[in-house]
Design a protein around this ligand. Structure first.
Ligand code: TEU
Ligand code: CA
Length: 535
């Protein structure tokens, strides 16, 4: 039998390195800090870590602007630390995935410094340079972070393209030399033993060859707005080449961030899986992340996502990341009970598809209130108070009740959430009923039950009465998951007779026995039941 691929069966944990654990008391998380916390991650039961960027960076976008693809930024440590991280994680069967930010580099990358030095420089064409349109930029393309996507460069009298900040010039992926140079940098890390990459804005690599103006439209989410600067068909060619590169190593994962204007676009995300075997292994679809709390909405988002996938494609699921408000805060509204966070956890970890957790999600971390003077995210600075940026979801991991939540011995780069006396790893570890222990049990359960991981997903209650219930089945194993999204009691009738036993529940005792799947769910109850035999 073919061995199941680790990235299909495993759970991937995203670390925002600045905020995980600080070992040298400069207020910023670092690689030695991650190494120190590997025992915690292994106790929790994750299979891989995706590290937000740790390469050298002037940090205009906190690492999403890389100035040396082969180096480690000194604020995080050294290359030796990184090698040690791979080794120590490996000893615990934890894989390391890097963030590959190659739609653009930093403006301080030596390649860009060369490129902008003269029109005749051999690297001129590694970035996207154009003459202006009279006194205006070459066309009407807009940066995702505001304003024109073109920046005038006095020295050579041309504009360069930046889809994000002006400190993030876009690469020209049509240039073969650029491609080779980046591919060599990728090989450098694969040779060091990384197990894969998360590809930043993977759907934006290639731009229209003719640099046509994007059509004008007033509809806010109209994809026509970016007709010519995103999702160009030629991007798939680059991804196929990346896939070939990955396939020349063993068991490498490429997971793409497909960023679309529409809040969740499963068809677009799925298109980057190609035929399921020739492009990315996984692609994010943010539909569920953008949905309001509702069993029916969640159900529909999942169904559409699965339906969009190519035959050999595999889904991945995510509720939080470093760009969005914390899931806990999004779904909770003003409600302070954590029932919803628990339902969300059981939902995420029993769906079909590779789950991605965002650091702190497992202890129920919420958005942190950031005062204007404490904002560091360039987006928050630019758009405050209309949009306060992404800092609220990037604050230090809450380890304990100690000062600064045990994250650092000094004032951290972003404030610690004031709820840290309750929401922290140490207190929750010793509380059997904490959300942390729920996550841990769920991860443990996935290791024991193949049906939960690679089994079929068969919905039974599709949101009616704010309940979601489904079977997960694999060979003879049959598991039933029932989730009550509402704060009222709800009856579940799935009609199945037989011998059933609770294997995990937010409200019931383990081993509770059923002879029929007909029972009442308490408010925000999430229960997993396994068939143990026929009557
Ligand atoms: O994100 C792509 C992106 O478009 C989002 O940043 C989004 O526009 C923003 O969060 C507003 O909601 C990726 C990274 O995840 C992000 O952190 C980087 O800033 C961006 O690319 C540039 O590299
Ligand atoms: Ca540090």
């Amino acid at each position: 039998m073919k061995k199941d691929l680790w990235w299909k069966t495993g759970v991937i944990y995203q670390i925002y390195p600045r905020s995980f654990y600080d070992t040298n008391n400069d207020g910023i998380g670092d690689l030695p800090g991650i190494i120190e916390k590997l025992d915690y991650l292994s106790w929790l039961g994750i299979d891989a870590i995706w590290l937000s960027p740790v390469n050298n960076s002037p940090m205009y976008d906190f690492g999403y602007d890389i100035s040396d693809y082969r180096g480690i930024d000194p604020v995080y440590g050294t290359l030796k630390d990184f090698e040690k991280l791979i080794e120590r994680a490996g000893e615990r069967d934890i894989k390391i995935i890097m963030d590959l930010v190659i739609n653009h580099s930093s403006h301080l990358h030596p390649w860009f410094i060369e490129s902008r030095s003269s029109k005749k420089n051999p690297k001129r064409d590694w970035y996207i340079w154009r003459d202006g349109n009279g006194d205006n930029p070459p066309n009407n393309w807009k940066s995702a972070f505001g304003g024109s996507a073109w920046e005038w460069d006095e020295k050579t009298g041309q504009y360069y393209l930046h889809s994000f900040l002006r400190e993030q010039p876009d690469f020209n992926w049509r240039n073969r030399e650029l491609k080779e140079a980046v591919f060599n940098d990728i090989r450098f890390w694969l040779d060091k033993g990384v197990s894969g990459f998360r590809l930043d804005v993977v759907n934006w690599y290639i731009k229209d060859e003719k640099f046509r103006n994007n059509p004008f439209t007033i509809k806010p989410f109209d994809p026509e707005k970016h007709k010519y600067d995103r999702n160009r068909p030629e991007t798939h060619e680059v991804i196929k080449e990346l896939r070939n590169l990955a396939d020349s190593y063993k068991d490498i994962l490429l997971v793409g961030e497909v960023f679309s204007l529409i809040p969740g676009n499963p068809g677009l995300s799925a298109s980057f899986l190609g035929n399921g075997e020739d492009e990315l292994h996984l692609a994010f679809d943010f539909s569920i992340m953008y949905r309001l709390w509702s069993a029916r909405r969640f159900y529909r988002a999942v169904k559409r996502w699965y339906k969009a996938l190519p035959e050999n494609g595999w889904p991945c699921n995510v509720l939080s990341n470093h760009d969005q408000p914390r899931g806990r805060s999004r779904y909770m509204g003003k409600d302070f009970c954590d029932g919803r966070a628990r339902v969300a956890a059981v939902f995420l970890l029993t769906l079909k598809g590779t789950p991605f957790l965002y650091y702190g999600e497992e202890i129920g971390m919420r958005n942190t209130r950031i005062e204007k003077c404490d904002i560091v995210d360039p987006l928050g600075k630019r758009y405050w108070p209309i949009y306060k940026g992404r800092d609220m979801a990037r604050t230090p991991m809450q380890w304990s009740k100690a000062d600064y939540a045990g994250f650092s011995g000094t004032r951290p780069w972003l404030p610690v959430n004031s709820d840290y006396d309750k929401v922290n790893v140490e207190s929750q570890k010793s509380d059997r009923y904490s959300i942390l222990n729920l996550y841990r049990k769920l991860l443990n359960l996935r290791r024991k039950h193949k049906a939960l991981v690679i089994g079929a997903w068969e919905p039974v209650i599709k949101g009616r009465g704010d309940v979601l219930a489904y079977f997960r089945t694999y060979e003879k194993e049959m598991i039933f998951v029932a989730l009550n999204f509402s704060t009222g009691r709800r009856r579940v009738r799935a009609g199945q007779r037989g011998q059933w036993r609770v294997i995990l529940s937010t409200h019931r005792t383990k081993f509770e026995h059923f002879t029929e799947l007909d029972f009442e769910l308490l408010p925000n109850e999430a229960t997993i039941i396994k068939k143990i035999g026929d009557l």
